[in-house]
Design a protein around this ligand. Structure first.
Ligand code: F6R
Length: 244
């Protein structure tokens, strides 16, 4: 539990850049799993700063985003592709071919095939070294909504009403929020070698209590992270307020 969101954000950013620097020295690539949303914005800001001021080199980094709305035009300002470009990718020297984000324009009949290929690309890169996660008030990680088992892999999923409500403001009304998304599964996430889940602010206090102190259950998919031996939960005082 960190004193404030800023401290938590810096710690997460430093762990990511330390890993990139370490792997670069060994001539090894770094494979990251990345989230969108409000939680990681400060992490991306710090990673951009470290690239500009300290020369952290992203040329051998491969990224997989957790999710994308479906359907979604990548050029839309609501797309996670747009979010990643504007917050991180266009400010660092990552190679376009190393960026992977689920494609919200795939025809429905080809979504399953696309998801299989997404899983295969992760395997082809040798697996994910580090996953950064946020958590939704529904208990989701990625868009693995309540009901998602620990065996799930990348797939299309119907979004929970809480999730759509939380997104409504940025979409100017819940009617404009897509009803589904493509997301990595819980198994995909649990296969990552290192996981950092970040939560800050009082709106996450109840879900963090369930996540850390409740029963491990598909009703709160984030609870499965407790089965992963290299997961850290980075909270601030506000999101930790309901913990025993
Ligand atoms: C987004 C994602 C989601 C968010 C979660 C929290 O790519 O995977 O699980 O991390 O909905 O969102 P914020 O950070 O906006 O509270």
């Amino acid at each position: 539990v960190f004193n404030d969101p800023q401290a938590l954000t810096l710690q997460a950013a430093h762990e990511i850049s330390d890993l990139i620097n370490k792997n670069n020295k060994l001539n090894k690539k770094t494979v990251l799993c990345l989230p969108t949303g409000s939680t990681p914005i400060g992490v991306y800001r710090e990673l951009v700063r470290q690239h500009v001021d300290e020369g952290v080199d992203w040329s051998n980094v491969v990224t997989f985003n957790l999710d994308e709305y479906y359907p979604m035009d990548p050029l839309s300002k609501h797309s996670y592709r747009h979010y990643m470009q504007s917050k991180l990718f266009s400010h660092i020297n990552i190679k376009e071919k190393n960026i992977h984000i689920p494609d919200g324009t795939i025809p429905l009949k080809s979504v399953d095939k696309f998801c299989e290929q997404y899983e295969q690309s992760i395997i082809d890169e040798g697996g994910i070294d580090l996953a950064l996660l946020g958590i939704g008030r529904s208990g989701h990680i990625g868009f693995n909504e309540p009901g998602s088992s620990s065996k799930t892999i990348t797939r299309r999923i119907v979004l929970d009403e809480i999730t759509r409500k939380d997104a409504a403001r940025s979409f100017y009304g819940i009617v404009n929020v897509p009803k589904s998304a493509i997301t990595m599964g819980i198994k995909t996430i649990l296969d990552c070698k290192r996981i950092i889940l970040m939560a800050h602010g009082e709106s996450k206090a109840t879900v963090m209590k369930k996540c850390l102190e409740g029963e491990i259950t598909p009703h709160v998919p984030a609870t499965f992270l407790r089965l992963h031996h290299k997961t850290s939960f980075f909270l601030d005082k506000a999101s930790a307020a309901e913990l025993i």
